[in-house]
Design a protein around this ligand. Sequence first.
Ligand SMILES: [Zn+2]
Length: 405
Amino acid sequence: MRDVDLFQMALGLETPWFVDRTEFDAEAKRLDLYLDFRKGGRFRCPACGKGGCPAHDTSEKTWRHLNFFQHEAYLHARVPRVACEACGVKLVEVPWARTGSGFTLLFEAMVLALVKSMPVAAVARLVGEQDTRLWRVVHHYVEVAREEVDYAAVHRIGVDETSLKRGYHYLTLFVDLDGTRVLFATEGREADTFRAFREDLEAHGGHADRIWEVCMDMSHAYRKGQREHLPHARITFDRFHVVKLLNEAVDQVRRAERKEAPELTRTRYLWLKNSSNLSQSQQRHLAQLLLGQSHLRTVKAYQMKLAFQDFWELPASEAGRFLDAWCRWARGSDLGPMARFAQTLEQHRQGILRWFQTRISNGLLEGLSSLVQAAKARARGYRSTRNLIAMIYLMHGKLPIFQPI
Ligand SMILES: [Zn+2]
């Protein structure tokens, strides 16, 4: 068998295409395959699909292909344009690459497989290409796949923000709580992120009127966005967010008291973590503070926090009464941060108690932000938020699987 026949079979070339010749340069670690089409070959018009069109003229193109062992491989061909009666002069589609790409389909499939498990910049180094070229491949397939996704059956969503750059640049994620997939990601954390979500939802066959449940934090912007764009949804405030605010209140009490009670220095984690997550020596330290320093306001705030933990274990019928009693206790105390937290609870009472009906939280996805951190690691040196969002869709959008050929 001649080498050109071998490569022809390996590439799966069909008539009129054939391998004309090969050039192998061992020193440059490079294999070049020159393809051509048979004289009088007929092609399909890429616009209308009409077959049997003769070549009008040709232009030379090159594509990077999968490595041949350790050698970079390139395909070269003169690609014909057809003169279609209906559509005019059009560049034909070749079977090994999509129009406009400098890579073959198999090379692109390999890139997509690799970027799911390692940073794009590392893949770029591995294959010896510019990462910007690889990002273009990622964007193309994510966009094509997202055109296929169907949001018609989405009824319960989680909304959460995640910070991109140390707290001044945010991303808002909309997640399907039943399908555990990221539906939509966008920059910012304003009310308008809900408008963008609604438009994307409806572009994918979903209906804003049929989003019945939303789990989110208590931010003013999100509540405004929900009222305006998902008006039929009932809100469950994310319990992990509620606990986070409670912990912040306890820590504010501690920090204010630290000046007069030096024993509180470097005890932040003792009060924030569940005692079961503390080491033995940390547990002993906490017990000493609780027993010996019961006059401290921090101890009082901590006791309120412990009492609040029981809240989530209550039967639904008792939750409202407990919440009201707890808020009275906190507001009647002389602990400003705890009183303000209680006031927040009272203002959001309905959505907090809603949890006892829906049991939904954004912890269902093991913390949306850890999802993003993982995508961020894959997208390391991601250059733009647009790149990061594409990576989030690729990894967590449950997109239709890419079939190269
Ligand atoms: Zn045509």
